[in-house]
Each structure stands twice: as C-alpha cells, then as structure tokens.
Design a protein around this ligand. Structure first.
Ligand code: AVI
Length: 311
C-alpha cells in the first residue's frame, strides 16, 4: 500500500491541476471522521439509504430469489449500520446466510463486528480486511452471493473507472449472483451542497486528514493551517468536486519521495468526486457493464436508489 500511495502522491502532486485520490481518505482516522459525516443531519444519504433498508428489506430478499444458503458480501462495509438494518429484515425471514464484510480499515471492521454482536447476535460473520477485489477472487464457487456496494461509493469514481470496476466485478461474479448498488440521486442542489460544505467543518477535517496522512506516512511537512477546503456542486452534471486550497505560495517537502513540491497562492488540489446520478444514468451504467437491472428501491423523498442488478 505505501508504495502505491507514494507513487500516486508523486504523480498527483506533479500533475497540473494537482490531485490526490479520495481512496486514501480511509485510514483509521479518516474512517472515524467518515462515521461522523454519516451522523451529520446534512448528510442525507445515510438516512435515505437506511430508510430503503428498513422499508424494502424484505422485498429485496424476495427479489434475490436464492433457493439455497447464500453469502452477503459487502464491499467497503464501514460501520455497517444500514447493512444491519437490511440483514435484520433478512433474518426475520430466513437464517441461512453468512455476512462477509470487506473493508480496508481494520478499525472499521472491529467497530462493525461489535455492532453485529449487539444488534444481530447469532448472525454468522466472516470479516475480511483488504482490497475488495483481492478478497473477492478467493470466494467459493458454489455459494450464491449478494454483493453490496452501498452508500453511493460508486459516485467516487470517474465514469470510465466506475465502468471498469463494475465490469471487473461482473467478471468475478457467478451466473445468478446479485449486486445491490447504491446511487445518490440528483435533487435540489442546495440540499446536495449542504451535505458536503457542512457547517461543522467535519468534511473539511476529512479532506485535511489526507495531508496529515502524507505527513505521517511519507515524512512530509504539510502545514495544515496553510491549506483550506473548498467544494462545489454542479447540478448540470451532478458532480460534487472537493479541493484543498493552498493559502499561500509555499514549498512542501516529502521525505519519502526526496522531492519538494511548489504550491502557488490559491492553487487547488482536487481530492474527491461525489457524483449524483439520474435514474437513466443508473440504467445506462447497468446495461453498459453487462448486468440486468432487476429492481430499483427508493426512499420516499427519492433522494437515493439501491438498484438490484443480476448477472
Ligand atoms: C463514501 N462516499 C460515498 C462519500 C461521498 O458522499 O462521496 C464520501 C464523502 N465525502 C465527503 N463526504 C462524504
């Protein structure tokens, strides 16, 4: 991981415009900050998806049409609050499934396991720490799988990357496996903006943590007080883009790279894309990556959709 992190930081900070990938937000501290984001009232995504899991959980189970025992594999599980809501609906009807959460952060997995023990004692859990695809490659060929990719995580990938990720996932899935994938939908732009440009400064801390992480892991001397956070929603294409802004002209040395990077006054580092979709875009993404769309499950405000795709 550190080698890849080093290379990506080097490439991103040497590019124009500068960029750093939001996939590096999620060390243990970043995962903890993300949990705080999910608790903010402005971050409507969590409540909307929680509602879908609560109200449509049993319908989702029926739509799976699994005749034998199955695995529920969650990619990027986080604290699992929404997933446990779904699984408790499943468990009310049948018990013959195993929950396999995969997350890059061991701390996130520890929190999740504690939550499972509290909320759904008796549920069989086989957590896996690591990269989604590495873990997925090792799955037994005989058990049907429901793969969960919730929280609109797919919106953090640019379209071509999202397509290649889903095509890869399709190739790893067996005939009959299902994917339940969350998409944040386009809505009143003010609602979207408030979820990211939050008044508590938690999203800012989430972005700043990336600089802190580079300082710690790559022996850099970023001064966090010399950077600020900016984000912008473009309702015409559904893209929230987040940036760090250099508050002054400055040089930052990264020891692990033996390099110094120059930042101009007000220069941006693009850190994250959080794409908001239309239902038509969801359908197009499904079809262009080989899947069949079986059903869409929406919350009552139509803020969010969990879309069930089949191979
Ligand atoms: C994980 N992902 C879907 C979040 C999002 O909404 O793009 C990450 C996030 N970034 C800022 N706030 C939350």
């Amino acid at each position: 991981m550190t080698e890849q992190f080093k290379t990506d930081v080097d490439l991103g900070l040497s590019a124009f415009p500068k960029h750093l990938s939001s996939k590096y937000f999620y060390d243990d501290i970043g995962s903890e900050i993300f949990r705080k984001i999910m608790e903010m009232p402005e971050y409507y995504l969590t409540d909307a998806e929680f509602e879908i899991m609560s109200l449509h959980g049993k319908q989702i189970l029926r739509s799976l049409d699994f005749k034998s025992e199955f695995d529920v594999i969650e990619l990027g599980a986080g604290d699992g609050v929404k997933t446990l809501q779904l699984l408790s609906n499943f468990k009310a009807v049948r018990e013959d499934f195993t929950f396999v959460p995969i997350d890059i952060s061991q701390k996130a997995i520890d929190v999740l396991e504690e939550n499972v023990l509290k909320e759904l004692p008796g549920l069989e859990v086989k957590s896996q720490q690591g990269d989604y695809f590495d873990v997925l490659e090792q799955f037994p060929p005989d058990t049907p799988n429901l793969i969960l990719f919730l929280g609109s995580n797919i919106g953090n990938y640019q379209l071509e990357k999202a397509k290649s990720l889903l095509t890869h996932l399709y190739a790893l899935m067996k005939e009959g496996d299902k994917l339940l994938i969350g998409f944040d939908l386009q809505k009143n732009p003010i609602t979207v903006r408030q979820a990211y440009d939050d008044p508590h400064g938690i999203t800012k801390a989430f972005n700043m943590n990336l600089l802190h992480r580079i300082n710690k892991e790559l022996d850099a001397d970023f001064r966090l007080d010399k950077f600020d956070f900016y984000c912008h929603y473009n309702p015409l294409n559904g893209e929230v883009k987040s940036y760090l802004v250099s508050l002054t002209k400055q040089d930052v040395h990264i020891g692990a790279l033996k390099k110094t990077f120059r930042f101009n006054h007000n220069e941006l580092i693009w850190t994250e894309l959080s794409k908001k979709f239309t239902i038509r875009e969801v359908q197009e993404l499904c079809e262009s990556t080989g899947f069949d769309l079986k059903a869409n499950f929406l919350d009552c405000k139509h803020y969010f959709v969990d879309s069930l795709w089949c191979k």
